[in-house]
Ligand binder design. Structure first.
Ligand code: AHR
Length: 492
């Protein structure tokens, strides 16, 4: 029996629902085909957005969506994507496959997508190749209701009322594709650009500074030292890339050694966050500034026969485990981590949805977001599970990752991942400070390399937990090998 303690009397931070956020870039078939098919398409759509995809996104309560990039953001000139579509500029998507970008999906379309999904927009501005004026005018175009050149332009494009936009990123990966800058230089540029992101009416811009490339802790230090007073949040990007970027591994064919290697890399998120947070704490003791992980997820070889620039990869139970472990880690750091955006929403990297023509499938990763949505805006509870190491001769990782929360109605939610591919874990839980009268569970459990296809779209799916008992303040549950489980306790 594995001991697990949840203390409902020890409430911690609110788990910001935006931890369950997503990212959609003009990359491969993410926006075009995956989300936007245009009003004239035979694929059922509302104002050009595929209805099947929008419905699936609503079902997992997507809270926030980042757009238009990624590397694309620092080459994107937003005025190319407004006005009559036939007059919009065509350009080359230099980063991603060199394909033609016809700008038919622009600001109005993105805001319409957010409206349909019911999520908040997170717009990433262009600092790398755009001007201060351009970024400033984008905010004016989006959010100003009075008389001004940009609000008039918006009105002439059919949108009378300004939108409400809170989250605004000032550049992306400016240490790399966003301009190859040094942190000192970016910090100064950030200070300059953010000055002109104005708050119009009651619209308050939440300013997000570009953060580090994974373990570049110096970037965080320099940004905090030089620009902390000018930001609401600082980002970090961390991908799980088994084998490294030079020798990426396949998404589908992998052995146990590769599985554990991958999970170890994913679980490194814990150490990564701790180190960045430690630095942030030195400059911001009250934790005013959020840490946002606005790109995370697995990155493998692209599927054979697909455009290498499109980053299309399949998604197995291994990816579900990455998502489950990572989201539990984010929950545990909810006092500082207030948004995260998995890369990317449809057809790119660790996608939650894959499409092929008119067909759509939900990946194992989608199901994890479905299981974990209960944590959105709930309060993190103190919890502890005893872990043991599992893995291969080369790579060891802890077997169990969990987090627990309580919502306003007094329901307690628990999510547990069993990373072990061979052994089931019998868990004996104790719920302190809470009288539970009922418990229900949902589970995702399959072979590590199981995945959904367009011919067998339910090979990996959520089922009810069978082996689950509650007696007084104790519960027992069996967590099978390679599985993600979610429990809901009702009581008081
Ligand atoms: O998500 C794919 C790419 O990864 C993004 O465009 C970039 O920001 C990162 O390097």
């Amino acid at each position: 029996m594995v001991k697990y303690i949840i203390d409902a009397s020890h409430k911690k931070a609110i788990i910001n629902k935006n931890i369950y956020g997503h990212f959609s870039e003009h990359l491969g078939r993410c926006i075009y085909e995956g989300i936007y098919v245009g009003e004239e398409s035979d694929i059922p759509n509302v104002n050009g957005m595929r209805s099947d995809v929008v419905e699936a996104l609503k079902a997992i309560k997507v809270p926030v969506l980042r757009w238009p990039g990624g590397c694309f953001a620092d080459e994107y000139h937003w005025k190319d994507g407004i006005g009559p579509k036939e007059h919009r500029k065509k350009m080359i998507n230099t980063h991603w496959g060199g394909v033609i970008e016809d700008n038919s999906f622009g600001t109005h379309e993105f805001m319409e997508l957010c409206r349909q999904v019911g999520c908040e927009p997170y717009i990433n501005g262009n600092l790398g190749s755009g001007t201060v004026q351009e970024m400033s005018e984008w905010v004016e175009y989006l959010t100003f209701n009075g008389l001004s050149p940009m609000s008039e332009l918006r009105k002439s494009n059919g949108k009378e009322e300004a939108w409400h936009v809170k989250y605004f990123g000032v550049g992306n990966e400016n240490w790399g594709c966003g301009g190859n800058m040094r942190p000192e230089y970016y910090a100064d540029e950030y200070r300059r650009y953010q000055t002109y992101l104005r708050n119009y009416g009651d619209n308050q811009i939440y300013k997000i500074a570009c953060g580090a490339n994974g373990t570049d802790y110096n970037w965080t230090k320099v940004l905090m030292e030089r620009a902390a007073n000018y930001m609401d949040a600082l980002t970090v990007h961390y991908y799980t890339v088994p084998g490294g970027f030079e020798t990426k591994m396949p998404a589908l064919e992998f052995d146990e050694e590769a599985y554990y290697h991958t999970l170890k890399e994913a679980a490194f998120m814990e150490e990564l966050l701790k180190k960045h947070i430690q630095i942030m704490d030195q400059y911001d003791k009250d934790k005013r500034i959020a840490l946002i992980v606005d790109e995370w997820g697995s990155w493998y070889q692209t599927e054979p026969g697909t455009n290498p620039g499109f980053l299309y990869q399949q998604n197995t139970m291994r990816d579900a485990m990455i998502a489950g472990v990572t989201l539990n880690i984010f929950n545990k750091h909810a006092d500082r981590v207030r948004m995260a955006n998995i890369a990317q929403m449809v057809n790119v990297l660790q996608a939650i949805i894959l499409t092929e023509g008119a067909s759509m499938i939900l990946t194992p990763t989608y199901h994890v977001f479905d299981l974990y949505k209960v944590h959105q805006d709930a309060t993190l509870l103190e919890s502890f599970i005893s872990q043991t190491e599992v893995g291969s001769d080369k790579d060891k990782v802890q077997d169990l990752y969990e987090s627990a929360s309580i919502d306003d109605e007094g329901n307690v939610y628990v999510t547990i991942c069993n990373v072990d591919v061979h052994r089931s874990k019998m868990i004996e839980g104790t719920l302190l400070g809470y009288t539970a009268c009922q418990v229900e569970g949902r589970i995702l459990s399959e072979r590590m390399d199981a995945y959904n296809t367009f011919y067998n779209s339910h090979a990996v799916k959520i089922e009810d937990v069978k082996c689950l008992n509650l007696e007084g303040d104790k519960f027992t549950v069996e967590v099978p090998p390679c599985s993600v489980i979610q429990l809901t306790f009702t009581g008081e």
